[in-house]
Design a protein. Structure first.
Length: 427
């Protein structure tokens, strides 16, 4: 991996990457709590309404490969602009269906609503991939983890602020207010992204240059398949750890509310407990990046998954709101401790040539985990109890921590550099 950034001002233009990310995240955070509630207005069952939330993850999963192709051909800047535009259109379409702007008969109106939500998920794939790829080359390796953690922090701030802003607008617009905030924020993200400077493509990496009289053939546009074959060891080791981490993170949004309901707590109490966990999560993102740069990726990755797993495993043992709050705080600490770890590892292992496509493979693993975590809880709970469903996801967290302990090298710096085979003397 090259240590040299493609821009001569890696920090002077930090606003260019973080501002659109924060604005976009606020818009997404505003609409997420309203998706299921708005679905019920179309007369569908509660189960169908709840399932519409998964369209965000499904859209992201199916759009990863096209987003990688777009970023490889058009660059990170145009990919972010296009993705934010698609997200704006998707939110606006969903808003129009909820508001009844078009005289469509059921179930056509609900189908249009689902298409809008799916577009939001697809837009997120391109936007997230492009900004990760942008930071991977715009920031030196010595500060990469902090940069990625700040990016993860923007997502957390957006997820924290967005619902409050959406609730405020809903107080005088009704359910439509959440989608109005989402459309406005994503539209602003389009405008702000226009001012991002495009990165200059790097020269041929020195490690690919041949020193012999017969130069080697350099693949300038590898396919995702060829990259998967080339990096299969990383994808099946550290990549599986990333899948476990994504499953844990997705599951925590279900574990706390489900167990709160099991204890007979009111929705307000459940929201308060979840909000406290989110606040703890929020304040941890920068210390996480600092520790990754100074002590290495391994200690942060293991601590993150172990913290999530321990906090989750404790939940079924809690019998009061106070003890559930303690477990939620452990979960928040664990998740916050690993802010940016998935993006940092993806940037570390990504090659100079074909970086967006490799990051798309990385996101496929992450998105698969995001979708599979809640499904695992549901499947185990269906044949056993909620407690065993929660413990099953905790076991997956411990497995992921073990994978990281075995696959990630100790010490600071890029893990990709540390795992490169040393050159023998005389070679």
């Amino acid at each position: 991996m090259s240590d040299q950034p493609r821009t001569t001002k890696p920090f002077a233009n930090a606003f260019q990457i973080y501002a659109p990310s924060l604005i976009y995240a606020i818009g997404l955070g505003a609409i997420m709590p309203a998706i299921a509630g708005a679905s019920s207005r179309f007369g569908v069952s509660l189960a169908v309404a709840a399932s519409t939330v998964t369209l965000i993850g499904i859209g992201s999963l199916i759009a990863n490969a096209p987003a990688a192709q777009l970023a490889s051909r058009a660059g990170e800047r145009l990919t972010m602009i296009f993705s934010a535009l698609v997200g704006t259109l998707g939110v606006t379409l969903a808003w129009a269906m909820v508001a009844g702007w078009f005289p469509l008969q059921p179930p056509s109106d609900f189908v249009g609503y689902m298409v809008g939500i799916l577009m939001i998920g697809m837009a997120g794939a391109g936007f997230n991939l492009a900004r990760q790829s942008y930071l991977a080359v715009a920031v030196p390796v010595s500060h990469r983890a902090r940069a990625m953690s700040l990016l993860g922090g923007m997502l957390r701030i957006g997820s924290f602020v967005g619902p409050f802003l959406g609730a405020l607008v809903q107080s005088f617009m009704g359910m439509q207010g959440a989608f109005a905030v989402g459309a406005a924020c994503m539209g602003i993200a389009v405008v702000v992204s226009l001012f991002i400077e495009e990165l200059v493509e790097p020269n041929t990496p020195s490690h690919l240059e041949s020193t012999t009289t017969n130069p080697i053939e350099i693949i300038t546009n590898p396919t995702m398949t060829s990259l998967a074959k080339q990096h299969w060891r990383v994808l099946l080791s550290t990549g599986l750890g990333v899948l476990c981490l994504a499953a844990m993170r997705a599951s925590r949004t279900a574990v706390i509310p489900l167990w709160a309901g099991h204890l007979g707590l009111s929705p307000a109490h459940a929201s308060l407990i979840y909000g406290v966990a989110g606040a703890i999560d929020l304040v941890m993102f920068y210390p996480s990046g600092l520790l990754m740069d100074r002590k290495g990726r391994r200690v942060v990755a293991i601590s993150c998954l172990a913290g999530l797993a321990i906090g989750t495993a404790v939940v079924p043992f809690t019998g009061t709101a106070g003890w559930l709050m303690v477990a939620a705080v452990l979960i928040g600490l664990g998740n916050g401790f690993g802010a940016g770890i998935v993006m940092t590892l993806g940037a570390d292992y990504s090659p100079d040539i074909g970086r967006p496509k490799f990051l798309a493979l990385w996101r496929l693993l992450s998105d698969t985990g995001t979708l599979s975590g809640p499904l695992l809880i549901s499947a185990v709970t269906a044949v056993s109890t909620l407690a065993f469903g929660i413990w099953s996801i905790a076991v997956l967290g411990f497995v992921g921590a073990g994978i990281f302990a075995k696959s990630l090298p100790p010490g600071p710096g890029s893990v990709a550099r540390q795992t490169e085979a040393p050159t023998k003397p005389g070679n």
